[in-house]
Structures are given as C-alpha cells and as structure tokens.
Ligand binder design. Structure first.
Ligand SMILES: [Fe+2]
Length: 273
C-alpha cells in the first residue's frame, strides 16, 4: 500500500495519509501502523468518512472493542460507539463539555482501554483542540528520587473521585451495574508493547493512594500533574474534517477544550479498544 506517515511534533503524534480505513488493510501495513502508534502515541488518519459500523470494523484492526461505561451516550444503531457532543446538558441546564481537564479514559476499569478513537463528524470552524501530554517522557523527566518514591505505589480509581474538579454526567442505572466500585492501578505503569514506563494518574478518578495519608497523596498527585502537563510534554491536536484520531491511553493524558463558538455543533464518534 502507498501511504505516508509524518511526525506531528517532536515526540508525539503521527499523521497518516493515503489510507482509507474503509478498505482492507494488509498485515504488513497493520503492523507498521501499530508500531507507529506505540512509538508516537497519537495516530491521525486524515480524510476518513466512516459510518458507525464501518468505523467499528476499521478499529478492530488494532484491538478488541471495549464497552464504554455510560450507555446514555451510546449510538442506538451501534452501541459500542458513543458520541461526543457539545449539545448535551446537565439536568440543571448547564452545558456538558465532555473531557475538560487532563485525564485518561475509564481508568476505573480493572483493565482500562488501551486506546481511544475519535472520528470527527461535525467540527466548529475553529477551536475545540484535543491536548495530550506524553506521560512516558514525563516519567523519564522525573528526578531519580521521585522515581524511587513512586516505585510500587498503587492508586485507587473510582468512577467519579470526590477530589475531582470536574463533574461527570451521572451513570444510567443500567450502566451502574457494569461499572466497578473501585480498582487499583500502579502510578507508574509499563507499556506492554514498548516496555517503557509512564506515569499513570487521573485527576477525575483517583480517590487516593494505597497506604498513604490523604493530604500527602493529594500533594503528590498534584506535583505529578504539574510536572507532566508542562508544555514540553504536550502535543495539541487541531482537528480537520475527516480526522480519525487514535491515541494510546497507556502513555498519555488528554483533555478537550470548550473554547469555541457553542452555537456550532461539535460532534464526534468515540470508540475504545
Ligand atoms: Fe477522555
């Protein structure tokens, strides 16, 4: 197959052109794309126009589809795909902007999704970028003393941490039955494909650190977040019509930006692996 892969920043992001994910992909290409994904953490396929079932079939190339937690956002015709929209409101009438503030997706699952895929359906004229920070190089950038301190630490993740600054949309009753009460994950995780270590924290879901007093745990998590979100670890994705973006939750945090004209629809399909 004839396609090009271009780096989108010094350390994170790669753009793929010349591939239509609606077509069959040969095994050599699949492996090449997966290697790029593991190395660059964000893979951007330009000019894709995939209806929900096509999208589901296409991303199956990279892994098994993960059932997302809050079924209120599931597409009726294809429930493994959820939507992201700026036209949902909290019961009190405030607009709900999903994904504001750095986080990683569904870390309250015993086995969280390795990847999240967004496919743009409708975008505002400007704004609404998705920002990423690379937690692998952020880990590499920690002082040795901090790396030693983090070694072996486990964090407790829940659906909605009481320390979170951002409020999530309440789960549907049906979804509540499938969502675990609390799980633990190491604060430093090792990527199963690359073997690299990365910081694994989540301000909206971490309730505490096992065996550590709350004040100390919150201070440590705040320090780690401040370190990891420095501009030198960031890649900011500016969406183009037709973009399909797949990112690696094992080595990134991400956040949405509600900085655009809210009279314009921003609507994307979301699927996880
Ligand atoms: Fe997210």
């Amino acid at each position: 197959m004839s396609y090009t892969i271009t780096a989108l920043s010094e350390h994170t992001g790669a753009e793929v052109r010349g591939i239509d994910l609606a077509d069959p992909i040969d095994e050599g290409t699949r492996l090449d794309l997966n290697d790029t994904f593991v190395e660059r953490s964000v893979l951007v396929f330009r000019d894709q126009h995939l209806a929900p079932h096509r999208l589901l079939a296409a991303v199956g190339l990279f892994g098994e589809v993960f059932p997302q937690h809050n079924s209120r956002f599931a597409l009726p015709e294809c429930p493994l795909i959820h939507y992201i929209s700026n036209e949902d409101f909290f019961p009190d009438g405030r607009r709900y902007i999903p994904g504001e503030g750095y986080h990683t997706d569904h870390s309250n699952a015993a086995r969280p999704p390795k990847a999240t895929v967004l496919h743009a359906v409708s975008l505002p004229d400007r704004g609404g970028d998705t920002q990423y920070v690379n937690m692998r190089i952020a880990y590499d950038g920690l002082p040795q003393e901090m790396k030693r301190r983090l070694d072996g630490l486990q964090a407790v993740h829940v659906y909605q941490s009481r320390h979170s600054a951002r409020k999530l949309m309440a789960l549907t009753t049906e979804a509540r039955d499938h969502v675990p009460e609390a799980v633990t994950h190491p604060i430093v995780r090792t990527h199963p494909e690359s073997g690299h270590k990365a910081i694994y924290i989540n301000p909206i879901r971490i309730e505490g650190i096992v065996g550590m007093a709350e004040a100390e745990a919150l201070a440590l998590l705040a320090d780690l977040l401040e370190h990891a979100t420095q501009p030198k670890y960031q890649y900011r994705h500016q969406w183009q019509p037709g973009d399909l973006v797949m990112w690696d939750n094992r080595s990134l945090l991400h956040k949405a930006n509600g900085d655009y004209d809210m009279s314009q629809l921003r609507y994307l399909y979301r699927v996880m692996l």
